[in-house]
Design a protein around this ligand. Structure first.
Ligand code: SF4
Length: 351
């Protein structure tokens, strides 16, 4: 996804749009393996050969794009339709999805387990609806599920009512875009107390060198002895760049969790009243798990159980959780407890 916040524009592909969400995801991307995508491609080729025999005028891997206006945001979406099958006055947009589930399954179960696939197809239908190439054609959408283990298939036809899913997702994206917009506005009025009331020996030179180095390279190494004021110098430099719009955010990594304490102390000393500076300390899993009461939790395993559903019910919006520039761990734990959402996942989303 590419954001052009100043112009209130965003560009993304159909898959990104269909999988977009504000909170955590239930998907386990770590399981996407090469053999799996190769098998998917084999099935795509098999179905393509079959479609060519049945519909000689069908097209494959058809690129499509369009701009959707969501209030005052322009959302450019692009993708590739697996198959486009033409009838006399209608056109069927077919998406092929290889899954690992015994078919047939009830339609509502498919919808809940593979919601993003339905959304992808709905998005293609919306794009086709605003595309001149499909003008005056009646649009049909078909999801063709293939079970890769038993090699069975199931076809689901979706109609115009699926536009509702598209619009709902667009509202989620809109809410994210508005949050990003507000963040940019906040950064423009970013104000902070300088870390040093008077500069010590070498600090002024460091400032100049950091400025010069950052104009020459994306990566800068900065080394100085203990007690020099490295944390303050680095933060002051990075905050200046954040304010000027060169950086989107600052991520401060420490080798141990105890190392976070000094950084947080430094940041807190630089906070000015309503200076727009927000910071978040991402604690480790052990600190989150301490006194965690989630009933389904099994020492860190199974903590993602129904995570997405619970998150949606809770309606948690991370940016709204900030109070006095940050979000406390106790607040995150309280939220997790109240809504049965893993506190560590709330922290990750806030981050
Ligand atoms: S629910 Fe989350 S915070 Fe609680 S123990 Fe499990 S992983 Fe840790």
């Amino acid at each position: 996804m590419r954001l052009f916040l100043n112009n209130r524009k965003v560009s993304l592909n159909v898959r990104e749009f269909s999988e977009f969400q504000l909170g955590p995801s239930n998907s386990d991307y770590s399981q996407t393996e090469l053999w799996r995508s190769e098998l998917g491609q084999t099935w795509h080729n098999k179905i393509k050969a079959k479609t060519i025999i049945e519909h000689s005028n069908a097209s494959f891997e058809v690129p499509i794009n369009g701009t959707w206006l969501q209030k005052d945001w322009s959302v450019f979406i692009q993708g590739r339709i697996d198959q486009v099958i033409y009838g006399s006055d209608s056109v069927t947009i077919r998406e092929i999805k290889t899954i690992n589930a015994t078919l047939p399954l009830p339609e509502d179960e498919l919808l809940s387990r593979f919601h993003s696939y339905f959304l992808q197809l709905a998005t293609y239908l919306v794009l086709a609806d605003i595309n001149n190439s499909f003008r005056d054609m009646i649009l049909h959408g078909e999801l063709l599920f293939i079970d890769i283990t038993e090699e069975s298939s199931q076809s689901i036809i979706i109609g115009p009512d699926f536009k509702g899913y598209f619009l709902k997702k667009m509202e989620v994206l809109y809410s994210f875009l508005e949050q990003r917009w507000l963040s940019i506005q906040r950064l423009r009025r970013l104000n902070y107390i300088p870390p040093f009331s008077s500069l010590r020996l070498g600090q002024e030179h460091t400032r100049e060198m950091l400025d010069i180095a950052s104009n020459q390279s994306k990566v800068i190494f900065f080394e100085a002895p203990t007690g020099f004021g490295k944390t303050g110098s680095a933060l002051e430099f990075a905050l200046g760049r954040l304010h000027d719009g060169h950086y989107d955010r600052i991520v401060f990594l420490t080798s141990k969790s105890t190392g976070q304490i000094q950084v947080i102390r430094q940041i807190e000393s630089m906070l000015s009243i309503d200076g727009g500076l927000q910071y978040f300390q991402l604690r480790n899993k052990i600190e989150h798990a301490k006194d965690c009461n989630l009933s389904h939790c099994n020492n860190g395993r199974g903590c993602r159980y129904k995570l997405n559903e619970q998150w949606e019910k809770a309606g948690i919006t991370p940016i709204l959780l900030f109070e006095n520039g940050t979000i406390s761990l106790s607040k995150i734990k309280e939220l997790g407890d109240n809504y049965q959402v893993c506190p560590y996942e709330i922290s990750r989303a806030a981050f």
